[in-house]
Design a protein around this ligand. Structure first.
Ligand SMILES: O=c1[nH]c(=O)c2[nH]c(=O)[nH]c2[nH]1
Length: 314
């Protein structure tokens, strides 16, 4: 039966790279999960089994580790760009490379020395780390031989406002039982992806944003907007978070969020003769499912919407 080969790509997924850089007794750690995927003139391997155009995924794995040593890991974005350019520019049949990276953050364990976990972390603290429990930093670099596209962001950044959130005036039908809320908990695990306007210099990273600074500031603006918005819905909070990032970070053109609404239900303690809506606080049941899922993109005026709707695929 005649068939047509559709979109295809191949690569090595989830290369776990830990790089230690020694600066005397003070060590630095970078901990990444790197996934490479290549596409191009790969019809033959699917049709006839000829592997002439197939750089082994094992080689991709080796390249990731060799580049970590040779080029260093300044940021996940810089590392992804170097890798993506390498595969497209050195392999004629390959016309597109996509590199996805997650970064797991570590912080120093301070062991005395009085500096409470500063640079060296005390006498013996320069090589002891504890995993930072907050968010995971993510990036995706795509290179098609001409343009670099960088989409970065974060996931699993859990935040909660214990007041300044309402939800009322919503549409109602015969199945609506939700009570209007004038003072509720608003909590979510922020997943965000932002796309940079920069698309690569003639060579290397000329004119590229300061990736680490951009990440830290964007995260800060997301958190500040969450904390400072008096919320009438999670949708409104999402829009404020996106707008704030675009207002303050000129290098970003588009930002998308996926926000689970982590519902907290006031527990009915009336059967026990206990009033549970007192002004001095209340007890809630933190439900894990089902959850509302609020997703939207905020764009700089005139920018293209290029971040895929489903953030779980990124
Ligand atoms: O912020 C909210 N947005 C909704 O769309 C919604 N729907 C719902 O039941 N609760 C909420 N809360």
């Amino acid at each position: 039966m005649p068939t047509t080969l559709g979109q295809n790509q191949y690569g090595k997924a989830e290369n776990r790279v830990v790089k230690i850089t020694r600066d005397g007794a003070t060590h630095h750690i970078k901990d990444l999960n790197v996934s490479v995927s290549l596409s191009g003139d790969l019809d033959d391997v699917h049709h006839s089994g000829s592997n002439a155009h197939v750089l082994p995924t094992d080689t991709m794995k080796n390249t990731v580790y060799a580049f970590a040593k040779e080029h260093g890991i300044e940021s996940p974005e810089q590392f992804g760009i170097v890798l993506a350019r390498h595969f497209v520019t050195t392999r004629a049949p390959i016309d597109r490379a996509r590199v996805r990276i997650e970064e797991y953050a570590w912080e120093r364990i301070g062991t005395g020395g009085g500096d409470g976990g500063g640079e060296a972390g005390g006498e013996r603290g320069g090589h002891s780390f504890v995993r930072r429990g907050q968010e995971t930093r993510v990036t995706q670099v795509t290179f098609d031989g001409e343009r670099v596209e960088v989409v970065s962001g974060l996931k699993d950044l859990t935040v909660l406002n214990s007041t300044d959130s309402e939800f009322w005036g919503f549409a109602k039908d015969q199945y609506t039982t939700l009570k209007e809320a004038y003072d509720r908990i608003l909590a979510t695990d922020v997943s965000a992806r932002w796309r940079y306007g920069w698309s690569g210099g003639e060579s290397g990273e000329a004119g590229a944003p300061d990736w680490n600074e951009s990440y830290e500031q964007s995260k800060r603006h997301v958190l500040t907007a969450f904390a400072e918005t008096y919320s009438l819905s999670l949708q409104q909070t999402l829009h404020r978070m996106g707008t704030r990032v675009l207002e303050h970070r000129a290098e970003i053109d588009e930002i998308r969020f996926s926000l689970p609404n982590k519902h907290h239900f006031l527990v009915d303690l009336a059967p026990f003769g206990i009033k549970n809506d007192t002004p001095d606080g209340a007890v809630y049941l933190a439900a894990d499912r089902p959850y509302g899922l609020i997703e939207a993109t905020v764009l700089r005026d005139g920018a293209d919407a290029r971040i895929a709707p489903d953030l779980t695929t990124l």
